[in-house]
Design a protein around this ligand. Structure first.
Ligand SMILES: CC(C)(COP(=O)(O)OP(=O)(O)OC[C@H]1O[C@@H](n2cnc3c(N)ncnc32)[C@H](O)[C@@H]1OP(=O)(O)O)[C@@H](O)C(=O)NCCC(=O)NCCS
Length: 173
């Protein structure tokens, strides 16, 4: 599957079942859980996804990857901050550049749309290639601990945020 054959576009209602399957399969294989698929459904159901940044990767008419974003607050206030979660690539399409394509495309759109930073909880060895750095050492805390996987990236030349980040309601039930 050459990455050049992959199209990235915003998710549509006809994609929801395929997205559900991909997120479930990817997280089941990596972490033994399908809770992230339920999270995507909850985010969507509560209109907490940012539609223009919630993208699919399509190969020959088949969805092979998905990335979701929601707004986070900083010390309880809106701060043009995004939470990247979750991102998933179908197990049989991994390590071919699909995840990178989705992440780079979404971050570029986000910067263009005026978002100032994105945070995530993820593999500490994967996200530095996209410009993410550990968030805790720069004074950015979150509700999920301060380990190396808690990361931030500024967008569009914004300054690094400090304070406490909170994800939207779908993350809390
Ligand atoms: C993480 C994920 C989205 C990456 O997508 P992908 O399309 O396979 O990634 P890419 O092809 O763009 O990049 C491949 C690179 O990522 C690295 N990578 C993949 N999973 C990784 C992990 N768990 N930890 C560290 N690096 C990882 C690969 O080693 C490879 O590195 P290389 O470029 O140096 O060879 C995908 O593996 C996935 O869906 N995993 C299961 C769900 C998940 O973990 N989501 C992220 C939660 S933080």
């Amino acid at each position: 599957m050459p990455v050049s054959s992959i199209t990235v576009r915003a998710e549509r209602s006809g994609d929801f079942e395929a997205i559900d399957q991909i997120v479930s399969a990817a997280f089941l294989a990596e972490f033994g859980t399908t809770t992230e698929a339920a999270l995507v459904r909850r985010l969507r159901g509560r209109h907490e996804l940012i539609p223009e940044l919630t993208l699919v990767a399509e190969n020959d008419g088949l969805i092979v990857g998905h990335i979701a974003f929601s707004e986070v607050t900083l010390d309880g206030r809106a701060a043009s901050g995004l939470g990247l979660a979750p991102v998933a690539v179908a197990p049989n399409a991994q390590n071919a550049g699909v995840g990178s394509l989705l992440i780079n495309a979404a971050l570029e759109l986000a910067a263009h749309d005026g978002w100032r930073f994105a945070v995530l909880l993820g593999h500490p060895a994967y996200y530095p290639r996209f410009g993410f750095i550990p968030a805790a050492p720069i004074g950015l805390t979150g509700d999920y601990g301060d380990h190396d996987g808690w990361m931030v990236k500024t967008l569009g030349g914004a300054t690094l945020p400090t304070g406490h980040v909170r994800y939207c309601s779908a993350f809390f039930d």
